[in-house]
Ligand binder design. Structure first.
Ligand code: HEC
Length: 132
C-alpha cells in the first residue's frame, strides 16, 4: 500500500519536470526566444519569408495575425496550426521551417528545431496560445 503511494508521488514529481505533462509555457520566456533565434532572420518585415508569405514573427500580434492567407496559429489546436505543422515535419518538405529540405541545406541554411523546441511550441498552442 505504502509503496503504491510512493510510486504515485514519484510519478507526479517526474511529471512536473517534463513538458509532456503540460508545464505552463510562457510566450515571452519560452516561445519567442525560439522564434528570435531560428526564424526572425527570414520573418521580420524586411526579410524574404515575410516578403513571400506576409508572415512576420516580430511580436505576439504578428504571430497571431498569420500570413497573407490568414492565421497560422489556432489556439488550443496545434493539429490545425500551420505554424506547428511546418516545424513538426507534418507538411510537405518544401515548407518545413526553418527551411531544411535538401536544396536549403545545400545552400548552407537552416536546420530543424530540436524536438524540445517543437514540443514547447505545441504545448504553447494547446494551452491557448496566450500572450503570457
Ligand atoms: C531561411 C529563411 C527562413 C527561415 C529561417 C524561416 N522561414 Fe518560414 N518561410 C520562409 C519562406 C521563404 C516562406 C514562404 C514559403 C512559401 O510560401 O513557399 C516561409 C513561410 C512560412 C510559413 C507559412 C507557411 C504556409 O504556407 O502557410 C510559416 C508558418 C513559417 N514560415 C514559419 C516559420 C517558423 C516558425 C520559423 C522558425 C522556426 C521559420 N518559418 C523560419 C523562409 C524562412
Amino acid at each position: 500500500m505504502a509503496s503504491k503511494i510512493f510510486f504515485k508521488v514519484g510519478m507526479l514529481a517526474l511529471c512536473l519536470g517534463l513538458l509532456g505533462c503540460e508545464r505552463k509555457i510562457s510566450f515571452a520566456d519560452d516561445v519567442q526566444p525560439i522564434f528570435l533565434a531560428n526564424c526572425i532572420e527570414c520573418h521580420d518585415k524586411s526579410a524574404e519569408g515575410y516578403a513571400t508569405s506576409g508572415f512576420s514573427l516580430d511580436d505576439y500580434d504578428s504571430v497571431m495575425k498569420g500570413t497573407n492567407f490568414g492565421p497560422v496559429v489556432i489556439a488550443n489546436s496545434s493539429a490545425s496550426s500551420a505554424l506547428y505543422l511546418v516545424v513538426a515535419h507534418q507538411t510537405s518538405p518544401e515548407i518545413h521551417m526553418p527551411p531544411h529540405h535538401k536544396a536549403a541545406l545545400a545552400e548552407g541554411r537552416g536546420s530543424a528545431l530540436s524536438d524540445d523546441q517543437v514540443e514547447i511550441i505545441r504545448v504553447w498552442i494547446d494551452q491557448g496560445a496566450l500572450n503570457n
